[in-house]
Structure formats: structure tokens, C-alpha cells
Design a protein around this ligand. Structure first.
Ligand SMILES: [Zn+2]
Length: 134
């Protein structure tokens, strides 16, 4: 029933609301911080955007920023500062426009520290290896 309600609200509310792939809760854009990954407000699973386009956007932003900073006449330290700033502006603008054009799905982040519970068994084994002391 809750899942049905969540699906109904996802249809009626804006298409920028995305369901959590782990628990199915619809996450409103206002709950998503402007970072690479964030925990689901409902189940706490770490989520990230499917960022297949972001590498192309950032590469284009860096190249564009270098051209813009060079044409504006900046050199040396100022060139690096301006190019970095313009890269951020172009990159965030590109990601923002991409978010308007394409609805990127959310996906689970893999390789977070709490996945490594299996390594506890290895430490147990190494401690028992120390016991036979001649
Ligand atoms: Zn969730």
C-alpha cells in the first residue's frame, strides 16, 4: 500500500522526484544535496546519480574554461584561478541543464565501508595465527 502511494505521488509530482532503488521511497529534489552521493532519507542506503554524462560535461567545462580564461587575457596564477572558477560554473550549469533535459536515475553506491564486514573474519584468523608461540 505504501509503495502504491509512493508510485502515485511520483506520477503526480514533478518528474525530478526519484525513487530510491533500495526501498522504493520517492526522494524529492529538495531532499537531495548537491553532492556526488548522499544517504537515502528513508533507509540510509548511499545513493548517487547515474553519472554517465558527467565526465563528458566536466571535460568540456575544463576545455571551455581554459579557452575563456585565455581569451579574457588572464595569465599565470590568475589564469588558474579564473579557469578553475569558470570550470565550476560551466560544469554545474551543464549538470543543471542535463538534469532538466534528462531525468537521471538514482543508483546504489557500492564499496562503502560498512560493506566490509567480511574482513572481520580475516582479522580473527590472523589473531589465532599469533597464538602458536614457540
Ligand atoms: Zn531508500
Amino acid at each position: 500500500m505504501q509503495l502504491l502511494l509512493a508510485q502515485m505521488t511520483s506520477n503526480t509530482s514533478s518528474r525530478f522526484s526519484k525513487p530510491c532503488p533500495a526501498c522504493g521511497r520517492v526522494i524529492h529534489p529538495s531532499e537531495i544535496p548537491l553532492v556526488d552521493s548522499f544517504p537515502c532519507p528513508s533507509c540510509g542506503e548511499w545513493l548517487t546519480y547515474d553519472n554517465r554524462y558527467s565526465i563528458a560535461i566536466w571535460t568540456g567545462s575544463i576545455l571551455g574554461a581554459i579557452v575563456i580564461a585565455f581569451h579574457l587575457g588572464y595569465r599565470d596564477a590568475n589564469f588558474v584561478l579564473v579557469a578553475t572558477f569558470v570550470t565550476w560554473v560551466l560544469g554545474l550549469l551543464g549538470l543543471f541543464i542535463l538534469g532538466l533535459v534528462v531525468s537521471l536515475p538514482l543508483k546504489l553506491v557500492k564499496g562503502k565501508p560498512f560493506d566490509r564486514t567480511a574482513s572481520l573474519h580475516l582479522t580473527d584468523k590472523s589473531e589465532s595465527d599469533k597464538n602458536p608461540n614457540p
